[in-house]
Design a protein around this ligand. Structure first.
Ligand SMILES: [Mg+2]
Length: 191
């Protein structure tokens, strides 16, 4: 049922995504967007199994994957939105978590292949007070890079950010990734 709903909602995105992708091939298109995603509470919610066991877990949906002692849930519309965005923007991941955790989770959830780079704790790009998104590729104009993160302080001064409210599996309805999709679409229409 959920898969059916996801497909129905994703269909118009695919159409608009294809159109935007076509537009990006036209000569007048000058800008190409790089989106740098945070992982925890932006794309997924990870929670220790013991925490879930302690609370009434009857109303919490089944986890989408498991990482050691942790349950992991993907944010609603994660796969269709990431796939669609990857058709006309370059996607990156920047997290303060370990590279092993980030890679395992992203590939288990079917989104790993859509990220050109995965910057984790070991890459030191996010070891400072904020996440320096220019480290993904110094040749990219910083104006064409947007950080999507649930924590405002992760954005360095002068960089672009889309602040996404944190995701928790306990949320009854979450359309934040759909809103992000339309934000990106508007960015392309303006640029
Ligand atoms: Mg986060």
């Amino acid at each position: 049922m959920f898969k059916k709903i996801t497909f129905i909602i994703a269909s118009p995105f695919v159409t608009v995504g294809a159109y935007t992708s076509y537009r990006s091939l036209l000569p007048q298109e000058k800008k190409h967007l790089h989106i740098v995603f945070d992982l925890d509470h932006t794309l997924v919610h990870t929670e220790k199994k013991s925490h879930i066991d302690q609370i009434n877990s009857k109303h919490i949906r089944k986890p989408d994957t498991v990482y050691h002692d942790y349950f992991v849930w993907k944010r609603p519309f994660l796969v269709p939105v990431i796939w669609t965005l990857s058709q006309f923007a370059t996607l990156h991941l920047m997290t303060r978590a370990s590279g092993h955790y980030a890679n395992e989770i992203c590939y288990d959830l079917g989104i790993g292949r859509y990220f050109r780079t995965i910057n984790a704790r070991e890459n030191k790009a996010s070891n400072g007070v904020c996440k320096d998104v220019t480290t993904i590729d110094k040749s990219i104009d910083p104006q064409n890079i947007i950080l999507v993160d649930d924590l405002k302080y992760n954005c360095c001064t002068g960089q672009n950010m889309y602040h996404i409210p944190p995701y928790y599996v306990f949320s009854s309805c979450d359309l934040e990734l759909v809103k992000l999709y339309f934000y990106v679409l508007m960015w392309y229409l303006k640029n």
